[in-house]
Design a protein around this ligand. Structure first.
Ligand SMILES: *[C@@H]1O[C@H](CO)[C@@H](O)[C@H](O)[C@H]1NC(C)=O
Ligand SMILES: *[C@@H]1O[C@H](CO)[C@@H](O)[C@H](O)[C@H]1NC(C)=O
Length: 355
């Protein structure tokens, strides 16, 4: 069923792209510094998308910039907009936006209502600005699916800003390259639909409490975390991919740290040079884990009994290119049980790694 659906979707896309026409000339109301394009799709041009590119218009530009009535994609990046105030994104054309790029604009603040009329907005890029905080209701009426807040100056971040009044679609949030020391969620995720969260390259000293978020992907790379404590990821039961890589200060992962991650399939612990040893009980609860990566970390050998904690594991990577797999060893006939016992062991492409 899935396969048929995706094949049909592919055929549909192919069909649409064959039938797409781009008319870049004579778009009505295209501001002189912008580039406007209308893409029509379908047999009788029944669908159209207007893309407006107003990047780097230069000094003396006043906002809002007039845009064509049915604009769906607007790029306003690199315009030194400064503080974003209520009138800067208003006027005909703005209410139909599906995607908006406000990156590299020296934005320091956003008023609570400046985005509130963009009620079809799914993709918002606010990266490379100087934001330190957001007013709590500023995204509340938007059907956001993707928000890029990377390369800003956030220190404390309250995820509740993503609580919406509109029907909750899964949201992907990029908060990498900020100055985050804390991330909080007081709603306990009840109305938050964040599935992808990127917290890499921040100043987190410990794993933040994200209990209740329906996360499927979490990235904590490059934070100054020294220790991962028991239950650090408790309640992230939907998480599939966890990346904790490039932590220069990480020395210790305590037993049961990953308890509760019952759906986790990939755990990236690579490039953690100070991480040298761990007890197999660190991995208890990781019932679905398929891949574990210790490449470039201080871990040089593996206890063979770690397999008892990792029932689904397929591959473990160590050092530069040491690869280990789960294999079955023919056991001996067990006299009391009257059957042949199969033992599962770890075997690697280099000897002496498994102890
Ligand atoms: C998370 O952010 C880092 C650093 O910006 C980037 O390398 C990585 O690709 C991001 N992950 C995702 C899923 O976007
Ligand atoms: C393990 O991590 C290293 C370094 O990040 C990466 O190059 C490698 O591809 C990863 N291996 C697997 C099997 O994912």
């Amino acid at each position: 069923m899935k396969g048929t659906e995706s094949t049909m979707a592919l055929l549909l896309c192919l069909g649409l792209s064959l039938l797409a026409f781009v008319h870049s000339s004579n778009v009505k109301n295209c501001h002189h510094g912008c580039h406007c394009e209308v893409e029509s799709f379908g047999l009788f041009d029944s669908f159209s998308l207007t893309r407006v590119d107003c990047r780097g218009l230069g000094p003396g530009t006043t906002m809002p910039i007039p845009i064509p009535l049915d604009t769906s994609h607007l790029d306003l990046s690199s315009n030194a907009m400064g503080p974003l105030t209520d009138t800067m994104l208003s006027g005909p054309g703005y209410t139909t936006l599906v995607s908006l790029d406000l990156s590299s604009n020296l934005i320091t603040t956003i008023t609570a209502n400046v985005l509130s009329k963009l009620r079809y907005l799914e993709t918002l890029d606010l990266s490379h600005n100087n934001l330190q905080s957001l007013s709590l209701g500023c995204f509340a009426s938007l059907p956001l699916a993707e928000v890029d807040l990377s390369h800003n100056s956030f220190q404390d971040f309250d995820m509740d800003v993503f609580a919406t009044k509109v029907n909750g679609e899964p949201v992907s949030v990029d908060l990498s390259h900020n100055k985050l020391v804390s991330v909080s969620t007081t709603l306990r995720g009840r109305e938050l639909h964040i599935q992808t969260l990127n917290l890499s390259a921040n100043r987190l000293l410990s794993v933040p409490t994200l209990a209740g978020l329906p996360l499927r992907y979490l990235n904590l790379d490059g934070n100054p975390i020294t220790q991962i404590k028991e239950g650090a990821f408790a309640q992230l039961k939907d998480l599939v991919y966890l990346s904790i890589s490039g932590l220069q200060e990480l020395q210790e992962i305590m037993p049961n740290s990953f308890n509760g991650l019952q759906s986790l399939q990939v755990l990236d612990l690579s490039n953690n040079p100070k991480l040298k040893t761990f007890s197999p009980a660190v991995f208890s609860g990781l019932d679905s884990l398929l891949e574990l990566n210790f490449s470039g970390s201080g871990v040089a050998s593996l206890p063979n009994n770690m397999l008892t904690h990792l029932p689904s594991i397929k591959s473990i990577t160590l050092g530069r290119s040491i690869q280990c797999w789960r294999t079955q060893k023919q056991g001996q006939f067990h006299r009391q049980l009257g059957q042949v016992q199969h033992n599962e062991v770890l075997s690697c492409n280099v000897e002496g790694v498994v102890l």
